[in-house]
Design a protein around this ligand. Structure first.
Ligand code: AKG
Ligand code: FE2
Length: 329
């Protein structure tokens, strides 16, 4: 199982139907609606205030596009693309289904256990801020170490700044969310979605919420990311260079449901491949994550049970949820 890109490439343009293993039971209907998302300028003096406004206006579950974030998006996307375009046998050196290895190249979620596969390959890395230099970066492209380290440093910095604001948004001490995250980890995940002969039958990624705390997504101009609001799916307009930010399950649990992780999925298309790079800022893998006690009361009892981020991730991957990942207490 070398991945979907290797398979599509091996067909030399003759692939005209979706292999059964990739046929999603309910397919994927076309959606013409676009989500209306606030655009928040990180370089603006009113960044913090605008972020709070965006949070409250969009009902505390939010997805914003950030501009002027100072992150060299082209370099990050170029490195990821060069990795995916490298020979399959080189990439296979990193192939594993093990989810906590520092570098994982894989396809779908856990292919040996999944009946149906998602139409993407990915490169996933677990990063710590203090040891970016010592991380076993992929050997190719050679610039991955420098570009990836700089990118991660910027995401840690931006994420911490946002978590301070989001703590205040919950009426908590400014540092409260950062404290709950303990020693943060950053999971980065580059996703490659080849062009697909019948995009109605396959899915780039099934509906899911992100397991981490705060997600930052870079995407190219192709489009395909959709989010669910109420009963409907909406396209997220691809704005190149901007970061799409949304909350993940750990923030939903810590906030006792005041912040919501958002359900999203990825469509594929027949014309072009697509690339995205997600960065998931989360708590220490060993941190016990449960609703913050200040947010729990008789009127507002704990809605989620406690478990470590590691256990949570493990369940998500092995049970391959589709839809909401959080358990109600
Ligand atoms: O490809 C995208 O735009 C989003 C990917 C995603 O949702 C994920 O990696 O969790
Ligand atoms: Fe996601």
């Amino acid at each position: 199982m070398a991945g979907i890109k290797a398979f599509v490439d091996s067909c030399n343009g003759t692939l005209d139907s979706v292999p059964d293993r990739y046929m999603m039971p309910n397919g994927a209907a076309d959606v013409s609606r676009y989500a209306v998302l606030p655009i928040v300028d990180v370089a603006s003096e009113s960044f913090e205030r605008d972020l709070v406004d965006a949070c409250s206006k969009y009902g505390m579950f939010f997805l914003v596009q950030l501009k002027n974030h100072g992150i060299h998006t082209e370099d990050v996307m170029r490195c990821a693309l060069e990795f995916f375009n490298s020979p399959s046998e080189d990439k296979m050196r990193y192939y594993t289904e093990e989810i906590f290895t520092p570098v994982r190249y894989c396809t779908s979620m856990m292919p040996s256990k999944e009946e149906k596969l998602e139409w993407h390959d990915h490169l996933q890395m677990w990063l710590k801020e203090e040891s970016l230099g010592a991380h076993p970066w992929p050997a190719f492209p050679a610039s991955y170490r420098d570009v990836g380290s700089e990118y991660a440093r910027n995401i840690f910095k931006l994420g911490k700044r946002m978590l301070l604001v989001m703590s205040e948004g919950l009426g908590l001490r400014t540092n409260r969310l950062l404290e709950a995250f303990e020693d943060m980890v950053l999971l980065t995940r580059a996703n490659f979605y080849p062009a697909c002969p019948n995009p109605r039958q396959a899915l780039g990624m099934e509906g899911h919420t992100d397991s981490g705390g705060l997600t930052f997504v870079l995407q190219d101009g192709v489009g395909g990311l959709q989010l669910k609001q109420g009963e409907d799916w909406y396209n997220v307009r691809p704005l190149e260079g901007m970061l799409v930010v949304n909350m993940g399950d750990q923030l939903e649990v810590l906030s006792n449901g005041r912040y919501k992780s958002i359900l999203h999925r990825v469509m594929v298309n027949s014309k072009s491949s697509r690339l995205s790079v997600g960065a998931f800022l989360g708590p220490s893998l060993d941190a016990e994550i449960s609703p913050i006690p200040e947010l729990v009361s008789q009127q507002s009892p704990a809605k989620y049970r406690s478990r470590t981020y590691r256990d949570y991730m493990h369940e998500v991957y092995t049970e391959h949820f589709s839809g909401k990942n959080v358990y109600v207490a």
